[in-house]
Structures are given as C-alpha cells and as structure tokens.
Design a protein around this ligand. Structure first.
Ligand SMILES: [Zn+2]
Ligand SMILES: [Zn+2]
Ligand SMILES: [Zn+2]
Length: 295
C-alpha cells in the first residue's frame, strides 16, 4: 500500500498533523494574543499515513484538514471542530487515508485514538490527553484502538546550499561565491571567496539564514576585505570556517522536515553586518528565535 510520509505528532495538542506544507496548521494547544499558533513537531517521531480506503485491518474515511493540517475522521455527518476557526474541518482537498485498527504491530506505534468531540486523531498514550478545540482535553472514550506506521525512510544527514556566482550592483567590481553545508551531527561549514578586479578596496559581507519548521532561524555570516589594484593586501578574500553547533544537531529533525528548511542569503560591500543580517531574517518570513551559528 502506498504511504505518505511527513506526518507528525504535536507535543502541545497530542494531535496528528501533516508537516510537509509551509503552514504547520493551527494548534488547539497553543494560542497567543487570541491567535492560534502552528503545531509543533520538534519532539515528534516521523509517521507515514496509508493512502486508501478500508481494508480488513483498516478504517477508511480519514482526511487531512487543509485549515489546521490535522488528520480527522470524516465518516460521521459531523465534520468535527477545527482549531483554526471553530467551524468544521475541511477535507475537501484531501486524499483518502486509511488508519490501522491496532494496538501497535511492529513498525507502528499504538495508542492513537479518535476524539469524539473534534473528530481529530490524537495520541492518547501520554498522561496528558492534549488540547481539544472544543474545550479541555481530547476525549478518546468512544474510540477504537489505532496505530500509526513509522516513516522508515532515512532523513537527509546533510544539507547543502550554494549562492552561485555573486555579482554586485552599481558596477562594484567584486564578485564571488559561497557554499554552506550543515551536517546532522551539528558540523556547519561556510566557505567561499570574493575577488576584487577594480582599483578600490572593499569590505565584503555575506549573511546566510536557514530556517527550520519551528521558525527557528540559524545565521551564518562572513565579513572580509578585498584590496584594489594599487593597494597592498590581497585582491582575494578566501574564507573557510567550520564550527560545531549543538542546536543544529538537536533540531536536525526540524531542519530536514518535509518541505524544509527555508533558506536565503544576501551579500554586499561596505555595509553594516547587523543591518544585512536583519534584512535576510526579514526575507525568510516569521522567525521565532535566532541562533547565531557563524558570527
Ligand atoms: Zn498542535
Ligand atoms: Zn481542521
Ligand atoms: Zn478533540
């Protein structure tokens, strides 16, 4: 049977949600200033959902809600309550999913339940029964026992980013390139080169931002100098920095979540590095926290 990877458990609401879209949905367990925050997958294992309708050991009629990204049962007349807006879930854009009736065969995790109040799939194996958009906690008292298959495909252990050739506007005679590599063990390497083919010297600045699925942004910067034709000093600024960062290692699953990370870079000459950093951070959209990996 075909499966779809990218499903995650949210530690704040116990719900099952699809993490492969730019939107991480709406979490019934997290609200800030009256607005629902997205689901959180930072502590989740990786799940795969089966495509299809009922077979002997499965129940069909499960759908993905395009509003909250959650998995819900659409086989009842009542389409539940969506944490995004308090209205019914919307499965109109969803494929058909079939969920295993089981307490946990090998390769799956048991303990999943259907909430009779909001129709969502949630994990009931923790003391905390999560957060239901109706109110209080999810209610699995009327549910059968469900199991979710683990996603066994290996996530990438390395991420590579390239600038391609960097040219500067306004006739600045400096060019270059840079490369950024992140490894699962937290090793991060930023390397590259700028070259000055003109008469005047320049400072060169480069900032790279990589953002994980929890909107945590990691910054990698370089600042150097290239000399002009009639000046002492090198016309080339060659850089190659490797650091070890524990946050990158700890948040690896969030960095390699399906559809992630988001990255952006900017380079310039004779500008303030802090201002350039803020400019790239703005370009990657909402940022919850910033980790300066290479300063
Ligand atoms: Zn949630
Ligand atoms: Zn929904
Ligand atoms: Zn519920």
């Amino acid at each position: 049977m075909a499966v779809q990877t990218g499903w995650r458990w949210c530690a704040f609401c116990e719900g099952l949600f699809f993490s492969g879209n730019p939107s991480q949905g709406a979490c019934p367990g997290q609200k800030f200033g009256g607005i629902r925050l997205p689901h959180y997958q930072g502590r989740s294992g990786r799940y795969a959902a089966d495509w299809g309708e009922d077979s002997g050991s499965q129940q069909g009629n499960w759908r993905w809600c395009q509003k909250c990204q959650g998995m819900f049962f659409s086989g009842s007349p009542n389409q539940g309550v969506c944490p995004l807006d308090g209205q019914a879930h919307d499965g109109s854009q969803s494929g058909h999913y079939a969920i295993l009736w089981d307490n946990g065969l090998s390769g799956t995790q048991g303990g999943w339940r259907w909430c009779r109040r909001c129709q969502a799939m949630f994990y009931a194996g923790n003391p905390d029964q999560g957060a239901c958009p109706v109110d209080g906690t999810h209610d699995g008292s009327a549910s059968g026992a469900y199991a979710m298959p683990w996603d066994t495909t290996p996530p990438p252990s390395q991420l590579d980013f390239d600038t391609g050739y960097i040219a500067f506007p306004n006739g600045v005679p400096v060019g270059g390139f840079a490369h950024l590599t992140l490894h699962q063990d937290g090793t991060c390497r930023l390397n590259g080169q700028f070259h000055d083919s003109g008469a005047l010297a320049y400072n060169d600045e480069l900032v790279w931002v990589v953002k994980d699925c929890n909107n945590q942004a990691y910054t990698f910067s370089h600042q150097g100098n290239v000399a002009g034709t009639f000046e002492s000093g090198s016309r080339d600024d060659i850089f190659d920095v490797t650091v070890q960062n524990t946050t990158v290692a700890q948040q690896w699953q969030a960095l390699v979540a399906p559809g992630w990370p988001i990255s952006n870079w900017q380079a310039n000459t004779n500008v303030d590095l802090g201002g350039l950093t803020n400019s790239v951070l703005t370009a990657v959209g909402a940022v919850a926290a910033v980790v300066a990996v290479i300063v």
